[in-house]
Design a binder for this molecule. Structure first.
Ligand SMILES: Cc1cc2nc3c(=O)[nH]c(=O)nc-3n(C[C@H](O)[C@H](O)[C@H](O)COP(=O)(O)OP(=O)(O)OC[C@H]3O[C@@H](n4cnc5c(N)ncnc54)[C@H](O)[C@@H]3O)c2cc1C
Length: 278
């Protein structure tokens, strides 16, 4: 029988984030169910899902990283309940297979349900908040159910504390053919506009104009630092070519902010989440 929590020490966090950079976590607790989570959460702990929005310090994280792997999806009367560790592409595919419409846009986002709720992930004009009915959160003492209003969701952010355990999403009926077509279209759009390679998706939040527009107009496309570069295809992506350090990536982030501020008077705000000391 599988343990409900697996504890590891000195774990290279580069293996658990899509940038594939960064140092070690002093402790990692991989949680597979709610009781594992309850026994793992402590003062200095931070929860991660797929690490697809993270830049981890090269010095690592001197605390406990909880790797959310509570999994499972079930049908509800008007949609689905998905546990926090479910990857969004898997959830999107489940919905497609069950003729449930609403999450085709999420098929190309390499995060978990928990991370998506925390950051109100979205694409192509949709976001997870459009579909959230309620969310179960571990608040350090027990599980509480928060309504959508209580989550304080806005553009790529939320305003609640605690660890997402699962989310109830309201969806509508659709045809499998229609959903497959939608997924294909989103895939092709992503393919044509976004670079491949190790990244965290968009580094900065968009404002009145896209962050990538300012970075491009500042002439920074293709700028390199060590093994990191600002993508030629999409200026809001910084790519690790395989040998970047987090410091390389961080240096490009700071350069982009400074250049855009000095040229356009616009202060870019990070969408990427820093873990550890920078
Ligand atoms: C190629 C690529 C494309 C992307 N495209 C998009 C896109 O189109 N739209 C978009 O919005 N994002 C996009 N992203 C970014 C990322 O996938 C999303 O932000 C995703 O929701 C992050 O989920 P995660 O599980 O990886 O979170 P992580 O990166 O692991 O964590 C991000 C934050 O969420 C918190 N968190 C994680 N799990 C939980 C939980 N269970 N409870 C509470 N807090 C939690 C963490 O503490 C951290 O603060 C892209 C990333 C990549 C690499």
């Amino acid at each position: 029988m599988r343990e409900n929590v697996l504890t590891l020490s000195n774990v290279p966090l580069g293996n658990f984030c899509t940038y594939h950079t960064g140092g070690n976590a002093r402790l990692m607790k991989i949680v597979y169910d709610v009781s594992g989570l309850v026994e793992s959460a402590e003062g200095d702990s931070v929860v991660i899902g797929c690490g697809s929005k993270l830049l981890v310090s090269d010095d690592g994280y001197d605390g406990t990283v909880i790797l959310m792997r509570i999994s499972g999806i079930r049908r509800t009367d008007d949609g689905v309940y998905a546990y926090a560790g479910v990857p969004l592409p898997a959830l999107s595919r489940y919905c497609e297979n069950n003729s449930l419409k609403g999450l085709a846009w999420a098929s190309g986002i390499p995060g978990t349900v928990g991370g998506a709720v925390k950051l109100n992930a979205g694409a192509f004009g949709f976001c997870i908040g459009d579909y959230v009915k309620s969310v179960d959160v571990f608040d350090g003492k027990g599980i509480v159910t928060l309504t959508k209003e209580e989550l304080g969701l806005s553009y790529r952010q939320s305003n609640f504390d605690g660890i997402v355990v699962g989310a109830e999403l309201t969806l509508t009926e659709g045809s499998k053919e229609e959903l497959l077509e939608l997924r294909r279209n989103y895939f092709l759009k992503r393919r044509s506009t976004q670079p491949r390679g190790f990244s965290c998706g968009s580094v900065f939040k968009n404002g009145d104009l896209a962050a990538g527009h300012y970075i491009e107009q500042a002439g920074l496309k293709g700028l390199k630092q060590g093994g990191a570069r600002i993508s030629d295809k999409h200026a809001n992506f910084i790519i690790n070519d395989g040998c970047a350090t987090s410091k390389d990536i961080y240096t490009l982030i700071r350069t982009a902010k400074a250049e855009v501020k000095s040229k356009f008077g616009v202060m870019l705000s990070e969408e990427v989440i820093y873990l550890g000391k920078f």
